[in-house]
Design a protein around this ligand. Structure first.
Ligand code: UD1
Length: 450
């Protein structure tokens, strides 16, 4: 078990570069299955979730080469299994992307229900309904299914295949459909996962699919760009209506992942929190407008620059931030993934802030940890009322999930004294070389392996 020891109060100064986007890399790795040819994926972040998803591909029989930590060459032609086991699926949320990818390519997929951060109920009903509309027979089981429902789902199992009683209890999905066809889908919410998973099934289906109320996140566009580079016909990614014309064959390609907007936002907040002056390279400023606007509202200076070769952002703060209100929304609204680190910053703001979490009902676990450091945060359902305090004090805290971990890092960097952050396995899932990058900016952070 590793933990971080951080002594706060040191302003961050200097330049860092962000890694490739986790939430683009994970579905793009899964999408290589759809191509049936070798693909070279570049600018991959070196994080646990990427290691896990590549392990899932290898478990299915794909061949993965890693010429360097930011590149994977994936050959899906050796896939000989269409099932993601419970042990594999529980490693990360994005394992659900294998449902659309395997169904689209092979007409069959059997996936144990995915793991991921415990930030709410996180159903996958939109994914399943979408695939049914494309003609797939999809049968799902969860912890509340009756024995009859379990039996009905098991009838779709491939001959010779079995489902352990543990997996039956925790849940699984089997999808079958050799002849998928296009269809028109309306998502009740612009779900990132459902938009991408339906896109996966649709690129190999016969005819045209329209996804209405689609998610508009930059990583949805990146996945669509990858699939287009492999020969798919996708129009409208980045808007709320995506049109896909299915094709019988996709080919391999070389593709570089976009920079991580959440990692960038986290370093922007950390720079502001420590009253620092940081230049963040390898960013796409347009993806960061919501966080930039909120930081500026708090009195932080955010400027964009262009070296001619790449864009960068400079974040400078001299004083305690002013309070501001936040409502998380699907892109281009304020990202739910940045709500947690932003709460840490606002805990020391001048005045009171109201934070409303609209996407995930249980994404406030970090507030308890912040209160242990001296913050004054009161919860009321999906709302957090943050009364700014002058300072936080270092203590032993826990990263209860990935972005709660980012919030703990921000809090510890600005706190008086030393903090110990435990359960950093969650942070490892999404942040590449976090301690090295922060040390390069002057932070007093040490990773201790127990
Ligand atoms: C993805 C990201 C996660 C990010 C989130 C929102 C990955 C692996 N994870 O999660 O980091 O915080 O987007 O940007 O990329 N919903 C349903 N039914 C469904 C699907 C979603 O009700 O079938 C609801 C969810 O409960 C949530 C909302 O829709 O309230 C948005 O969820 P979604 O965008 O799908 O998030 P995830 O794919 O779980």
């Amino acid at each position: 078990m590793a933990y971080y020891r951080i002594t706060g109060g040191k302003p961050l100064h200097g330049t860092i570069s962000v890694s490739g986007a986790k939430n683009a890399a994970l579905p793009i790795i899964c999408a290589t299955v759809l191509t049936g040819e070798k693909c070279r994926i570049e600018n991959l972040p070196d994080i646990e979730d990427v290691h896990s998803i590549l392990m899932i591909l290898e478990d299915l029989g794909a061949t993965v080469e890693r010429p360097s930590t930011d590149v994977a060459i994936i050959d899906p032609t050796t896939i000989n299994k269409l099932r993601v086991s419970m042990a594999m699926a529980s490693k990360l949320r994005a394992s659900y992307y294998m449902l659309g990818a395997l169904l689209g390519r092979y007409g069959y997929a059997h996936i144990a229900l995915p793991g991921g951060c415990p930030i709410g109920e996180r159903p996958i009903n939109f994914h399943i309904n979408g695939m049914r509309l494309l003609g797939a027979d999809v049968r799902d089981v969860d912890s509340e299914s009756t024995p009859q429902q379990v039996q009905y789902a098991l009838e779709l199992l491939e001959p010779g295949s079995e489902v352990s009683s543990e997996e039956q209890r925790s849940g699984f999905v089997i999808a079958s459909g050799k002849e998928l066809h296009g269809g028109e889908i309306f998502l009740d919410m612009p779900s990132v996962g459902a938009t991408i998973n339906i896109m996966f099934a649709a690129v190999r289906a016969e005819g045209r699919t329209i996804i209405n109320n689609a998610a508009r996140e930059p990583h949805v566009v990146d996945v669509a760009n990858f699939l287009s580079a492999c020969g798919a016909t996708i129009r409208g990614a980045g808007t709320d209506v995506i049109r896909i014309t299915g094709t019988k064959k996709l080919h391999g390609c070389t593709y570089a992942i976009i920079p991580d907007q959440i990692e960038t936002g986290t370093y922007m907040i950390a720079a502001a929190a420590t009253k620092g002056d940081v230049i963040i390279k390898n960013v796409i400023p347009a993806h960061l407008e919501a966080i930039s606007a909120k930081l500026m509202e708090c009195g932080v200076e955010v400027t964009e620059g262009d070296t001619g070769r790449e864009f960068f952002l400079r974040v400078r703060a001299k004083e305690r931030p002013r309070a501001c209100n936040i409502r998380t929304l699907p892109y281009p609204g304020f990202a739910t993934d940045l709500q947690q680190p932003m709460t840490a910053l606002l805990s020391v703001a001048i005045g009171s802030s109201v934070i409303v979490e609209n996407l995930f009902e249980n994404r406030f676990m970090h507030t308890r940890q912040l209160n242990r450091m001296g913050a004054n945060i009161r919860l009321d359902g999906r709302m957090a009322i943050v009364s700014g305090v002058e300072k936080l004090y270092g203590t032993e805290i826990e990263a209860t999930d990935l972005r709660a971990g980012a919030a703990m890092i921000v809090a510890a960097l600005m706190a008086d004294g030393t903090s110990i952050i435990r359960s950093i396995i969650h942070i490892d899932r999404g942040y590449e070389k976090l301690d090295e990058k922060l040390r390069a900016l002057g932070a007093d952070i040490e990773r201790v392996e127990e």
